[in-house]
Design a protein around this ligand. Sequence first.
Ligand SMILES: C[S@@+](CC[C@H](N)C(=O)[O-])C[C@H]1O[C@@H](n2cnc3c(N)ncnc32)[C@H](O)[C@@H]1O
Length: 210
Amino acid sequence: MNSGMVVACLGQVLAREAEMEAAHPETKGALGGALYSERMGRLARAACAARPGDILELVVLSGTTSVRLAAVARALGRRLACVDNWRPGTEYRLEEVEAAFLNSIHQWTDVVDVWKMDAHTDDARRLLRTRDWAFAMSDDGHRFEDHQHELESILPRCRAIVVVDDYYYAPEVPDAVADALKRHPDWIPLRDERLREVWLVRKAATDATA
Ligand SMILES: C[S@@+](CC[C@H](N)C(=O)[O-])C[C@H]1O[C@@H](n2cnc3c(N)ncnc32)[C@H](O)[C@@H]1O
């Protein structure tokens, strides 16, 4: 399938996912994210079917999405890298969240790498650029600089799909995405305002021959 067809197919998938999300009774309170974790599992599977590479989740909180991504990784012979620093003293009660995460992924450790680190350092960028990713998620905070740093770490090594969360309710996120797309014109944004996130799809690298 050439990249134009992959983008067109994913456009149809996006519309279907948005309809399902909008029909869910908890969608309004969850800001377009009631089905987020299961949607990420389906999308990771589609990305891995299109291209080689591992799966990256940046950041993971308590691991609700991680277990779905780990199941995809194991089924398709890939690995899942989970990045988070669970820094204490923030509003999320992160000590407890980290323990919940470790408990969630307990049965998936054969396919999961846990990288406990600040995602926005030079070290993190170097590490993130050591692998090819088929599917990656960028979800750390609502600030322009955070998403800009994450996208610069991920886009050069991701081959199929990057999901950026919080697109429709954090005004700096669309700015960071627009800024990244100027520097990476081989990526196409797919979005629907019934969902909380934007999907970035790589044009050339989605071709089987690319
Ligand atoms: C759910 S995210 C918060 C961002 C989210 N998009 C939101 O709606 O607020 C929270 C997670 O981000 C992680 N996190 C925040 N800043 C980080 C950083 N610089 N490096 C790694 N993880 C971070 C926290 O440890 C926590 O697990």
